[in-house]
Design a protein around this ligand. Structure first.
Ligand code: PDD
Length: 277
């Protein structure tokens, strides 16, 4: 299996991380996860543009353009013969003696990318999944897809211990997103999902979904919604690169609607499937 390190393709066993890499020591870097369907990246350019934006938001300059990265990732997918899977890529602020202050411009970023063969989550998408609720204790720049994921991990771990798929995060009474996906509710046929601001990652899947809604005249609102609205919603679903459009049929031990995937969620799943085929 091949991986890419700083633009060179090598065998996974030959790839190494320096003990003073800033990603390793500080989580000082940004990342993306891109879906591969039928051997091709889905919304690859959108992900790579967001990667560039994330880097700019932490004052990091990437040594490649989104176009160059797209071409390199295409190479890696071909070499590893990935049909259905993911591409993971990350840039850190490079290797330098440990110091909270950024190293100078002369220190190169560290770039790592690899692929994985991952099937689509067909069964949970059919049946729906459960979620727990957890206070959103993360920082106030969740719009940056940074390597600092401890807040997300703590919530996802709690969900896993409760045999649930996702933790729905809330800041006080306001629902923000999931530990590793965006969260939407449906009330009286209208999709409601948190506006794209510093409290959430503006998911590429979320954006794709809203584009589908515009094209199909499915009504939606981008606004914060409360825990009360969540618990009285007709439908709840999670969206993300790995989870696609995932019905949430139970929240904090209580069924959502009739406890089965709802009609709007199913419609979105079908429309999304048509996009990726
Ligand atoms: N997670 N919100 C959070 C906190 C996420 O980590 C993700 C994605 C999303 C959905 O974004 P997108 O539709 O662009 O994948 C929302 C990735 C897949 C991960 O960390 O594995």
């Amino acid at each position: 299996e091949y991986v890419m390190v700083d633009g060179r393709t090598l065998d996974r066993s030959a790839a190494k991380v320096d003990i003073e890499d800033r990603g390793y020591q500080f989580g000082d870097g940004v990342y993306e996860v891109i879906r591969v369907y039928n051997g091709k990246m889905f919304t690859g350019m959108e992900h790579l543009k967001r990667l560039k934006e994330s880097a700019e938001k932490i004052q990091m300059k990437l040594p490649y353009s989104p176009e160059e990265l797209l071409a390199r990732m295409e190479e890696l997918i071909l070499k590893n013969e990935v049909d259905t899977g993911t591409v993971y890529m990350q840039f850190t602020r490079g290797i330098s003696p440990r110091n909270h202050v950024f190293p100078g411009e002369n220190v190169a970023t560290t770039f790592v990318a690899y692929t994985r063969k991952v099937p689509r989550p067909v069964e949970p998408m059919e049946k729906g999944v459960c979620a727990i609720l957890d206070e959103d204790i993360r920082w106030l720049r969740c719009d940056i897809k940074s390597l600092n994921l401890l807040g997300n991990l703590l919530s996802k771990q709690r969900a896993a211990e409760a045999n649930c798929f996702e933790a729905i995060l809330h800041r006080g009474e306001t629902v923000t997103e999931g530990s590793h996906s965006n969260i939407s509710i449906v009330k009286d046929g209208v999709i409601i999902t948190h506006q794209a601001d510093n409290h959430i990652l503006n998911g590429i899947t979320r954006q794709k979904m809203l584009e589908i809604c515009r094209n199909e005249s499915i009504p939606f609102e981008e606004r914060a919604f409360s825990l009360d609205e969540l618990s009285s919603a007709d439908e709840v679903f999670s969206s993300g690169t790995t989870v696609e459009v995932m019905p949430v049929v139970e929240v904090a031990g209580k069924p959502v609607g009739n406890g089965r995937p709802g009609s709007v969620t199913r419609q979105l799943q079908a429309l999304f499937k048509a996009e990726i085929e």
